[in-house]
Each structure stands twice: as C-alpha cells, then as structure tokens.
Design a protein around this ligand. Structure first.
Ligand SMILES: *[C@@H]1O[C@H](CO)[C@@H](O)[C@H](O)[C@H]1NC(C)=O
Length: 356
C-alpha cells in the first residue's frame, strides 16, 4: 500500500516537471520569434549613417519624419533647457553626438535636453538607433526644425526665407550657427555643440554666459542666454547682428564671429583679457579652461592613450569635430575613458565601435 502511493506520487511529480519544461521552451521560442519579426521590440543597434557633406536639401523635406515638429504649438521648452542642433542630412546621431547628449542629460537630471534635427528622422532610426537609447532618459527630447517656419515671427524671418545658406561654403555649419542663436532667442537656455562632452552641471555658472577660445575670440560651441533683461538684450543684439552681417564666405563669421562682435559693443573694453561680468554689463565671460580646456592645436591628446593635463577645471570638453571626425579614439585615451564615465549607456551600446 505504502509503496503504491509513493510510486503514484513520483509519477505525478515527473509529469509536472515535463509540463514545466515544455512551457519554458514554448515561451523562449515565442520571445525569439516576436523579437525577430517586430522592429519596435528589441535592443537598439549600431546604424551607420552616410556622410551627406555640404548638401542641405533635406532641410526642406517634409516626408518620412518620425519626430514631433518644433513649430508645433505644443513645443514649448522651459527657459532653462539645454539645446543641441543637428544640421547635417544624415538623419540620425553618431555615437560621439549621442554621447554628448547623454552626458548633458546625466549632468542635469532636473533640466530638459532637446536635440533639434534639421533633417527628417525615419521611424527605424527613431525606434532602433542610439536615439532609442537616449529616449529612455526622461529629460531627453527630440524635435524636427523646419527652418523657414521656425524663423517665422522672428527678426530673421525674411533672411531665413531667402535661403542664405545655399550660398555658403559651409552650409551645415552656417545653418547651425544661425539656428543656435534663433533657438536661444525663441526659448532661452543653454546651447551646446554635438562634439562636446559635459562632465559636470553647468547650473552654477549662471543664466547668461559665453566662453573664450582664446583672447582673440569667443567661441559659440557653448553659450547661455536667458529670458531675463540681460539675456533679452544679448539675444536681440546677436539676432540683429546676423540679420545685417551674415556672410556665406567666412567660416567663423556667423557663429563665434557674431557673438564676439556683439560683445565688442556690449563690453567696456576691446581687450578680451578684461572681459567679465564687471566689464560686460553682467554677462559672464569664462576662460577657455571651463569649456575648451584643450586647444585644437593639442586635439590629439584626447585621442591617444594617456592622461589629460590642464583640464581640472573643465565643465565640458570640446573635441573639435571638424578636425577630428576621422581620428581613431584609442583604447585608454582620455576620450574613451570619459565616454565610459559620462555617457556609459552609449559607450556600452557601441563598445569597441565607439567613435568610429
Ligand atoms: C542633395 O541631395 C539630394 C537628395 O539626396 C539630391 O537629390 C541632390 O541632387 C543633392 N544635391 C547636390 C548638389 O548634390
């Protein structure tokens, strides 16, 4: 009697184990099948974008865009937001650009970060490229700029409608120069180039500031213009400067050139070494050690294995993309080590391919 019961019990247990194993196999197969057949499920992967050079025809293309429009009435960033502009026609972000965005979002969990595209971004890029990784940060947002509409009801409306960038030798860069000032004019906040890395919060630096590349030039790769009285004066002056003095034939004229010329009028002296909140009506002018700690003549130091010297006070780093986009980021180089620390999500996604 006893032995019969125990036999029956062990038969039942074996039956349960078989059912359990079958269920596990069935669910694994289902998960694999769904992943393979649905583009919106699954991990983002490395999408390589074609370089589109000096062609900006995409700025005027409307179809195939997954992004919400920056001209929509529902688009209204808070005045302490951080903005990036992508003005090439590649229609996505490369790993270095995505790293810049992640680093800004991590350093400012309580501020909103906007990535403004001048090109359409397709569904697949929005759902499955590194953009999908960045969208998981609650303070990162993407929007599409239609430049003519974006400039409507601003002093640059007619200037932008005349499509002055088509005449430019550097169409992508000159569009970016004008858009950064237009964005700060419209919303206020901080603008950053996509070839930067943020290593600490910019909030202690105040609401209105610019930074010198050297004592001859204020760079425009990082600039803050607020909605307060001083910020409005600065925004109006830069926009007016662009309206009257835009030049398609000089590389730095419309970005760093524009802000530097405005400051020559705003500040009490023409000596850049003397520029500060005291001499520039309250506008903070920071030295290169905060935003551009490594001069472009020493750009290799970011890419070769070793330690960075003289960057202890940096809030950001600038990688001088125009000069360095083809350079390999070596293992144990400062760039690689900083990417690991300040944009770990993007670094992990690309691994060995980061920066290539
Ligand atoms: C720019 O790109 C568009 C779309 O790919 C193409 O139709 C056009 O011919 C290109 N223009 C130039 C000047 O290469």
């Amino acid at each position: 009697m006893y032995s019969l019961m125990s036999q029956k019990k062990s038969f039942l247990m074996r039956k349960n184990v078989v059912i359990l194993i079958s269920l596990v196999i069935l669910s694994v197969v289902t998960i694999l099948y769904v992943n393979k057949h649905n583009v919106s499920i699954g991990e983002p992967y490395f999408i390589h974008f074609e370089e589109t050079g000096n062609n900006i025809s995409c700025h005027y293309v409307d179809e195939g865009d997954a992004l919400p429009s920056a001209e929509d009435t529902t688009f209204s960033p808070r005045s302490n937001s951080i903005f990036f502009h992508e003005t090439s026609c590649r229609g996505g972000l490369n790993s270095r650009q995505a790293c810049a965005v992640e680093s800004a979002a991590r350093a400012h969990p309580r501020r909103q970060v906007y990535v403004m595209f001048s090109a359409p971004v397709s569904d697949i890029v929005y759902e499955r490229s590194c953009i999908a990784k960045l969208r998981r940060f609650p303070n990162v947002h993407f929007a599409r700029v239609h430049i003519t509409d974006y400039a409507r009801k601003t002093p640059l409306e007619s200037m932008v409608a005349s499509e002055p960038f088509k005449e430019s030798k550097w169409r992508v860069e000159h569009t970016s120069d004008v858009l950064r000032y237009l964005t700060l004019y419209k919303w206020g906040g901080v603008y950053l180039d996509t070839d930067m890395l943020v290593v600490k919060s910019l909030t202690p630096l105040g609401h209105n500031w610019a930074a010198k590349e050297n004592n001859g030039l204020v760079n425009a790769a990082a600039i803050a213009i607020s909605m307060d009285f001083l910020g409005r004066k600065l925004a109006n002056d830069v926009i007016k400067e662009l309206k009257t003095n835009y030049r398609p034939d000089i590389w730095i004229h419309n970005g760093p050139g524009a802000i530097t010329r405005v400051l020559h009028k705003l500040c009490k002296t023409h000596d850049l070494a003397e520029w500060s909140a005291n001499t520039c009506q309250g506008l903070e002018i920071y030295g290169p050690e905060y935003f551009y700690p490594i001069h472009y003549s020493k750009k290799d130091e970011y890419f070769k294995a070793g330690e960075l010297k003289g960057a202890e006070n940096a809030y950001t780093h600038h990688f001088w993309n125009k000069l360095t986009h083809d350079m390999k980021i070596e293992k144990d180089s400062p760039y690689e080590k900083m990417a690991k620390e300040y944009c770990p999500t993007i670094y992990e996604m690309y691994g060995e391919e980061f920066g290539s």
